[in-house]
Design a protein around this ligand. Structure first.
Ligand code: FAD
Length: 383
């Protein structure tokens, strides 16, 4: 198994060896002239963001800075993805070792690239963990600007209104929400020099009667408040184990109310009070990239809902109940959320293959061909 940030259930398991890249692959080199940063395969998004901040640059990290390169290699959905695309859209070069032991160094293809180079690149951008161990990445960086955020509690009706509204928002704005003990939203606004949106969040609060938990301006996504306690999500409290499934969905529009009814019912019948369903907004720059540019095929999606299910450690029955709730929730939402973002690998769960099929769909056979060539002994996660 391979570990970069060590935040997922796929980085270690009983009876398996883990190659922990956090020890020797944490280099971060900033090339100021080309606005490129080169990082080792065991770098955390917190370390990357802090280093870039010294140069007034940033990278579209996700909702938690604690994750490692697994975040980038599995796609990488950021509150800034609507402007800068997915994390994989910002990779310029990938180096590492294929599962067959050969070294590689691949650059972002251009018009002169051969078809086999395009295919390899596509697979490495989103499906790299199935084929290789990535030791180094060269990434594009962007100028660091102020990000305004609003973190608030709302009602089901408030959430419905915000979802409908945000589907028409400009790309600098992004809506994230979580439905657990209560409903919370986290809006971000990546500011440009124009200040006409200064009162945008204030107006949202008044119009939708939101209860502010926190709001303000930050220089870098690493300072965003966590929507959920990251400690819980990582099982760092030692009292919980969890699994997460990430889905994708096109605009919900008129179906929003029905979908929220389904979610309300799932939450009311959850197996553990810590379980939740949350969502990140897609669209914008993500949709402008060609489907063939990466392994993330759900370019037209507007939402990435994810479902988290918890159980106490070493409790076989409760684990089973938690996993049943997780699977049932996925099936319930599948009609309106038909895709999968394989941010979490579940090779140890019975639905791994179903997730892989839904994540890659028609492109899967091509990826499987590459797997045969680059990881013939299936040392890395199976497809
Ligand atoms: C608190 C939290 C918040 C999150 N927020 C977001 C978010 O906003 N957006 C989003 O898209 N995702 C998000 N995720 C999902 C996260 O990006 C994935 O779970 C990711 O796989 C975690 O990577 P890691 O390096 O931290 O984990 P690890 O457990 O170390 O790695 C996960 C797997 O990725 C693969 N991998 C990691 N590094 C390498 C490498 N160098 N070479 C080859 N394979 C490698 C391996 O298969 C490994 O088992 C979040 C997860 C958590 C826990």
């Amino acid at each position: 198994m391979v570990c970069s940030g060590g935040t997922s259930t796929s980085c270690a398991a009983n009876g398996r060896y883990t190659l922990d890249l956090r020890r020797n692959f944490q280099t971060i080199k900033v090339n100021q002239h080309e606005n490129i940063v080169e990082i080792g395969g065991g770098t955390s998004m917190a370390a990357l963001s802090e280093k870039l901040r010294m140069f007034s640059r940033g990278f579209p990290i996700g909702l938690s800075p604690l994750v490692g390169c697994g975040y980038i290699l599995t796609g990488g959905v950021s509150p800034l993805s609507r402007i800068y695309g997915l994390a994989v859209d910002n990779i310029e070069e990938i180096s590492g070792i294929w599962g067959n032991g050969e070294k590689f160094q691949c650059q972002r293809p251009d018009n002169s690239s051969r078809p086999d180079q395009n295919k390899e690149w596509r697979a490495l951008c989103g499906a790299a963990p199935f084929l290789s161990i990535v030791t180094n990445l060269k990434l594009k960086t962007f100028p660091l600007k102020t990000i305004r955020f609003l973190y608030a509690q709302t009602s089901k009706r408030g959430l419905e209104a915000l979802i409908r509204l945000s589907e028409e928002w400009s790309e600098n704005l992004s809506l994230n929400w979580i439905w657990g003990q209560e409903i919370r939203i986290l809006c971000t606004d990546y500011c440009d020099s124009v200040d006409h949106r200064l009162h945008f969040f204030e107006d949202l609060v008044t119009t939708h009667k939101l209860n502010i938990i926190d709001s303000g301006s930050i220089q870098g996504l690493q300072y965003l408040p966590g929507m959920n306690s990251s400690q819980d999500a990582l099982g760092l409290d030692n009292k919980s184990y969890s699994e997460v499934i990430s889905l994708t969905a096109n605009k919900w529009s008129h179906s929003t109310s029905n979908i929220l009814d389904l979610i309300e019912n799932l939450i009311a019948n959850r197996s553990d009070s810590r379980n939740y369903i949350a969502c990140q907004q897609l669209g914008g720059a993500i949709a402008r990239e060609k489907i063939e540019s990466s392994a993330f095929i759900h370019r037209n999606a507007m939402w990435k809902p994810w479902i988290a299910s918890y159980w106490p450690p070493n409790h076989k029955t409760k684990r089973e109940i938690a996993l049943n709730w997780l699977y049932h929730s996925w099936k319930t939402l599948k009609v309106d959320c038909s895709g999968i973002h394989l941010a979490q690998l579940h090779t140890h769960l019975p639905w791994h293959r179903e997730e892989v099929n839904t994540a890659f769909q028609k492109w899967l056979p091509e990826l499987q061909e590459l797997k045969k060539r680059y990881d013939p002994y299936e040392l890395l996660p199976p497809l």
